[in-house]
Ligand binder design. Structure first.
Ligand code: FAD
Length: 455
């Protein structure tokens, strides 16, 4: 099994990291990618320009031996900076502890680094401009078209890992043959990216140590810093309706909307009209699939479980997949067994973070403005400091605790939220709450995390 040749479809973030991990285990890896080589061509990947990297992703990059090279590319973000309609701002720390932060990273830079590592240090063969056009679910034959000459050919038999993203050709083939019936749910909200350039001296024009949010109830604008001093802004908005991408159908409508909703940032966006016209509206959705593997075939990353981006976890989850798959391969002597073990371990977690990501959209665009939310957050951090290992805010479990599976974070999040509601019933400030009595209640109702996870 160690020397088996493995084909990985898709050289995005998941496929390229997985190729490094498996090549380090001694497998002969070939990567097939429909896009041109991003190291020599500047094509837009069609997805977000930068991403939030958190502990699960970092752990995976460490496993692959690439984190030291990634670290200098990161911009730390220690909290959310809320921009209220009246122009005031408010920083909400992400974690109970100062070291708990997330990191903005460029998708293209990270992808290029992983491809370089795969090819230069681990001998991974990478074929670009190769599009998977069909997959036979019976024979498990994948047909690849060479975009340079239009010729198609079948890949040789062997383990195949489909990391070809949310629109996976392989998943669609299984769906067409009624082997699986995935739930593919579009959100009804889309996104558009804009740029807030660096100042004249290359400095950041707004605080660089935060993920900025303009929460506006049914929609929001966010901004993540880039190492060059600029920010990538993303406007999330319903596709249809009174306030929607459809209603922003003229420069005047766009101008009125931005002046009304984002007046504080507008002076820093001299090109917002031309960028708005030029940049596409991206679609967002969730894919839930009953099965991720069939004999020597595995779906991984977004191909198996695309999620909406509001918890900043799609890439982190895909990277965690790579860690768990590599561990399953260590324990199991055949591909099908390892794929099955991986699916069993991660399937419920994929569903859990899909739910939490949807929930986090409401939190980011709406709940963050609610004084009750702020009180819950304060209480959660207080209890986390008093009872480390027992009470950990749900957001922190997801972002800073890779040892806690997503499904456990989701279940404990529900229990903890109920406790917070009981404890703060009627209170408007933390000073009104008997924290010692609350601690006693939590100790009696919430088991330590170590009791419910495998160490
Ligand atoms: P992809 O990145 O989609 O890669 C799939 C690859 O397969 C691509 O290179 C594609 O060209 C190739 N491919 C597809 N079809 C074929 C074919 N037929 N033949 C050959 N090759 C093919 N995640 C986070 O963790 N943090 C964030 O902050 C975050 N922000 C996001 C913001 C937005 C707006 C969006 C849309 C997503 C965000 N995500 C975030 C999610 C993250 O982008 C994905 O989860 C991640 O890219 C998944 O990696 P992947 O390799 O599985 O899929």
């Amino acid at each position: 099994m160690k020397n088996d040749a493995v084909n990985i479809l898709g050289a995005g973030l998941c496929g390229s990291l997985l190729s490094v991990m498996l090549a380090r285990r001694g497998h002969e890896i070939t990567l097939w990618e429909r896009q041109a080589d991003p190291r020599t061509t500047r094509t837009r990947a069609g997805r977000s320009i930068n991403l939030a990297l958190a502990a699960r992703g970092i752990r995976a990059l460490q496993h692959a031996g690439v984190y030291d090279a990634v670290e200098p590319m990161l911009v730390p973000m220690r909290g959310r900076m809320l921009h209220h309609p009246d122009g005031s701002t408010e920083m909400q720390a992400y974690g109970a502890h100062d070291h708990e932060q997330i990191y903005s990273v460029s998708r293209a830079e990270l992808n290029r680094l992983l491809l370089n590592r795969a090819e230069d240090e681990h001998g991974v063969k990478i074929y670009f401009n190769r599009t998977a056009e069909s997959f036979d679910t019976q024979s498990q034959a994948l047909v690849i078209r060479d975009e340079r000459n239009g010729q198609s050919g079948e890949l040789p038999d062997g383990p195949l890992i489909a990391a070809d993203g949310a629109g996976s050709v392989v998943r669609r083939a299984y769906t067409a043959d009624s082997v699986i019936a995935p739930r593919e749910e579009l959100l009804g909200h889309g996104y558009k990216e804009l740029n807030l350039s660096a100042g004249a001296d290359g400095s950041f024009q707004i605080a660089s140590d935060a993920l900025h949010i303009w929460p506006r109830g049914g929609f929001m604008l966010i901004a993540l810093p880039n190492p060059a001093g600029d920010f990538t802004l993303t406007l999330f908005l319903p596709n249809e309706g009174a306030v929607s991408f459809a209603s922003l159908d003229s420069p005047a409508a766009i101008e009125t909307f931005f002046r009304r909703e984002f007046a504080d940032i507008l002076p820093l966006l001299p090109n917002f009209q031309s960028e708005f016209a030029a940049n596409p509206v991206g679609i967002l959705g969730t894919v839930r699939c009953q099965h991720w593997h069939d004999r020597k075939l595995l779906l991984i990353g977004d191909a198996a479980h695309a999620i909406v981006p509001f918890h900043g976890q799609g890439m982190n989850l895909a990277f965690e997949d790579c860690v768990l798959l590599a561990a399953a391969l260590e324990r199991t002597s055949d591909w099908s067994g390892a794929f099955s073990a991986f699916e069993q371990q991660q399937w419920a977690n994929g569903n859990a973070i899909a739910d939490m990501a949807l929930d986090n959209y409401v939190e980011m665009r709406d709940r963050v403005r609610d004084p009750k939310f702020v009180l819950y957050k304060k209480l959660a951090f207080e209890f986390e400091r008093r009872m480390p290992g027992r009470f950990i805010a749900r957001y922190s479990m997801v972002m800073f605790h890779p040892e806690i599976p997503y499904a456990v974070a989701q279940q404990r999040g529900v229990l903890q939220q109920a406790l917070l509601q009981r404890i703060s019933n009627g209170a408007t400030a933390i000073e009104e709450i008997d924290l010692d009595a609350a601690e006693e209640l939590i100790r009696s109702e919430l088991r330590p995390v170590s009791d419910v996870i495998d160490s």
